[in-house]
Each structure stands twice: as C-alpha cells, then as structure tokens.
Write a new protein. Structure first.
Length: 339
C-alpha cells in the first residue's frame, strides 16, 4: 500500500518477508525472535513488527529496545525486501494498534499511549528526529498529534508514519486493551492525555450563569456506515422543549468540523446525546454526561470510556444494528435528559 513520511515519495508496498508477531503486555514487551519486522498488514489489521536488523538488545527501561547491526560473522541474513519498507530511520515510537486508521481506535486506543512517552521519555517529544507511527498521517492525525504534544505538521515537518518502516531504535509504550473484552484504554493514560489536550487547546471556561449547552451528534446516511437516527428532527424538538434555557447544538459529520473546533464543542457541552459511533471518541475533551443510543448488541466502547474518565453515562436501547438505521424512543431520551 502507499507509504508516507518525512522526505519520502509515495511508493508501492506489499507484505513483509520476515514478520513474526509480537504479543503485547502491559508495561513491557517480549521479543520472541532475534530478527523482527515492524509494520502492519492492511489485510489482517494485525500489528506485527518490522525491524530488519540484527541482535535486538533490551534497553534499560521496560518498553523500549535498541537494535544494532554489529556485523557478526555467521549471523543469519534475515531482511525485509527494500520494496516493502521505508527507512531506516533512527528512532520510532509505535503508537498504532489494531483497527488503525479508524478514528476511535486512532484517538482512544493508539494516541493516548503518548502519555507514557511524555512521562517516561519526554525527550522523544522534543527531539525532531523521533518519528511516531500512528496509522493516521492526514490533517486530522496531525492536529490531534499536535494537541497530544508532538511537534508535527503536514509536509516537510511531518513526524507521523503509516505503513512499513525500518528503524534502529523502537519504543513500544504499554498498549490499551480493546473494549470488546470490557476492558478498554488504561485510565491513567486517558486522564493524562485529556489533561494534555485541554492544556494545549486552552478552551474558554464555562461562565457562571450562562446557558448550559447540549450537544447532539448527528450521523448522515451519505457519510456514516449505519446508525443514522431516522426521527432525529422529532427527537431534537422534544429535547429542546425539555431543556428550557439551554443552548442545543448539533455536531454533524456532513461536513465534519476541524479538530480544534470539535474538541471545543465537546468541551463546552454539559450533555452529549447521540447514536453509538466514532464521534464519541471526542469525549476525551469532555467531563460531563453522555446519553448514548446503544446499538442492538451493545458495544461497550463509550460506556467504558465515560466511566474511566468520570463522566456520567446513560444508555438508551435501540433496535439499530451496527450497519443499520432506525428510530429512537424519544420518551426515553427526554427522561434521560431531564434527569
């Protein structure tokens, strides 16, 4: 697939010739083979490694290791073909996790891992030669990385990576468990990440006596992959009646606001209402209440995220499946908003 990075023209990639899967632990990583490959298979969306050098050496701290190439005679030649990987670069921090490129997984699962880097390896954030494998390198990825403390931008000053890369020094921060097993991201990483983001965003404080804000998330059929609320207008009308004296705003995916505007909207809202979807990843900017229209076959992502960040959470059951649209029970939504 396409590779992008500092000073690199796009080129065609493929499968790594020497990839052995690494298993993630919490706070440390075990090297299972002498020769490793660091990268991602777009087909399986499984995280593998691609360090095509010899003799990996464990670094003093638990979740980093250094790779050197001493040229020892007789050392078996294991390499990744030049056409499938870019580099080598000096050092890479790997934040990418499975489902890379998907907004929620990029923001909540992957980018929050920067918290461990900021606390234990702060010099990496300041060193312009350190690159970060995030799986998302577009304008959205750049803007979130900036709020997370990475000095990066599109073009010559890009420090974000996607695709297959060779590196001499690689850092694997502690990973986040997926929400499917009712675990989710680590609370300490979420808390540090939110504090860092809001510190750089510096949103205006809520004014005492000003009208509180309710933010309704709306998914559009032309943009979203299901979970469009068909009776959105009726629900909006009833919610507006109940929340007398409130400002009711709509966060829409058609078109999406930029990252800073999005984070500001979520931050000033006292109630956030809407169907299960990636937009709720922006809860990392909020600290109030979420009313989620749960999909049929409840997915725990945002209930866990809310509870771990100290938000109040109310789930409204619906008959919408992950790829389907439907109506919500307006009475239930109104009752939740009133309480």
């Amino acid at each position: 697939h396409q590779l992008q990075g500092p000073g690199l023209q796009r080129q065609q990639g493929g499968r790594c010739m020497c990839s052995w899967r690494l298993r993630y632990g919490v706070g440390w990583m075990r090297i299972q083979r002498r020769h490793l490959c660091l990268g991602l298979s777009r087909q399986s969306r499984q995280q593998d490694t691609i360090l095509c050098h010899r003799r990996p050496m464990l670094a003093p701290r638990p979740w980093a290791f250094r790779v050197v190439d001493p040229g020892v005679p007789g050392d078996p030649e294991v390499h990744c073909a030049d056409e499938v990987s870019a580099g080598p670069v000096e050092r890479v921090v790997v934040l990418t996790q499975p489902q890379w490129g998907a907004y929620y997984h990029f923001l909540v699962d992957a980018l929050t891992r920067i918290s461990w880097v900021a606390q234990q390896y702060p010099e990496l954030l300041q060193d312009d030669t350190t690159l970060f494998h995030t799986g998302m390198v577009n304008k959205v990825g750049q803007d979130w990385a900036q709020l997370a403390g990475i000095k990066t931008s599109e073009g010559e000053n890009n420090r974000l990576l996607d695709g297959w890369w060779k590196a001499r020094v690689v850092y694997f921060p502690p990973s986040n468990a997926g929400a499917n097993n009712k675990k989710g991201a680590q609370p300490i990483a979420l808390d540090y990440f939110r504090s860092s983001v809001l510190g750089r965003l510096n949103p205006a404080p809520r004014q005492t006596g000003s009208a509180p804000t309710a933010l309704v998330v709306q998914r559009h059929a032309g943009k979203a992959n299901g979970r469009v609320v068909l009776n959105h207008d009726a629900m909006m009308a009833e919610v507006s009646k109940v929340l007398t004296g409130w400002t009711v705003e709509v966060f829409t995916d058609n078109p999406l606001p930029d990252v800073r505007t999005t984070c500001t909207m979520f931050n000033r809202a006292s109630i956030i209402i809407g169907p299960h979807g990636a937009g709720f990843a922006n809860l990392v900017c909020d600290d109030q209440l979420l009313i989620e229209f749960q999909q049929k076959g409840h997915s725990w992502d945002y209930e866990l995220l809310s509870l771990k960040m100290g938000l109040h959470y109310v789930g409204v059951r619906t008959e919408m499946d992950h790829s389907g649209n439907g109506n919500v029970d307006v009475g239930y939504v109104v009752t939740a908003a009133q309480k």
